[in-house]
Design a binder for this molecule. Structure first.
Ligand SMILES: Cc1cc2nc3c(=O)[nH]c(=O)nc-3n(C[C@H](O)[C@H](O)[C@H](O)COP(=O)(O)OP(=O)(O)OC[C@H]3O[C@@H](n4cnc5c(N)ncnc54)[C@H](O)[C@@H]3O)c2cc1C
Length: 122
């Protein structure tokens, strides 16, 4: 049976800083995450949405440039936009920051609690 000072459920913006801070303070931390590391912010929310918006803003500015005497024909290569969005998302160093801090990450859903201070994962 493995023991831990702290368990953290989920590797989102809530879980990762908490897990890293406690691990850096010398605690043995086990983090459970059944899905992609980083939670919604890194994988579906903040990071990809801002990368996507950067492309939309660039196209929008180019289309508005005519008012300034700049004539540009704008075409959006959507697959290329999405390749860039996904590459930025995939660059987020979530696994490295957890490993550097000494967090033990388990690719698992948190199952049921057994008796006090013992849990079963699955
Ligand atoms: C499109 C979009 C854009 C956004 N942009 C911004 C922004 O610019 N700035 C900003 O501050 N916020 C933004 N947000 C909000 C931000 O993404 C969330 O507030 C933040 O990610 C919440 O973090 P969290 O850790 O609470 O939850 P989550 O990121 O949802 O993490 C929870 C994690 O827990 C895991 N989990 C759930 N149940 C279990 C279980 N039983 N066992 C183990 N693991 C489990 C999940 O798989 C998940 O990875 C945006 C959200 C969206 C959707």
């Amino acid at each position: 049976m493995e023991t831990a000072d702290l368990i953290v459920i989920g590797s989102g913006q809530g879980g990762i800083p908490l897990a890293c801070d406690f691990a850096q303070a010398g605690q043995k931390v086990v983090l459970f995450e059944p899905d992609a590391l980083g939670g919604s912010c890194v994988n579906y929310g903040c990071t990809p949405s801002k990368a996507f918006l950067a492309a939309a803003h660039a196209a929008g500015r180019a289309r508005q440039a005519e008012k300034l005497g700049i004539h540009a024909e704008v075409t959006v290569d959507f697959p290329a936009v999405m390749i860039r969005v996904r590459s930025i998302r995939d660059r987020a160093p979530v696994d490295r920051s957890m490993a550097d801090s000494g967090v033990h990450a388990w690719a698992s859903d948190l199952g049921t609690f057994g008796r006090a201070a013992q849990l079963t994962i699955g």
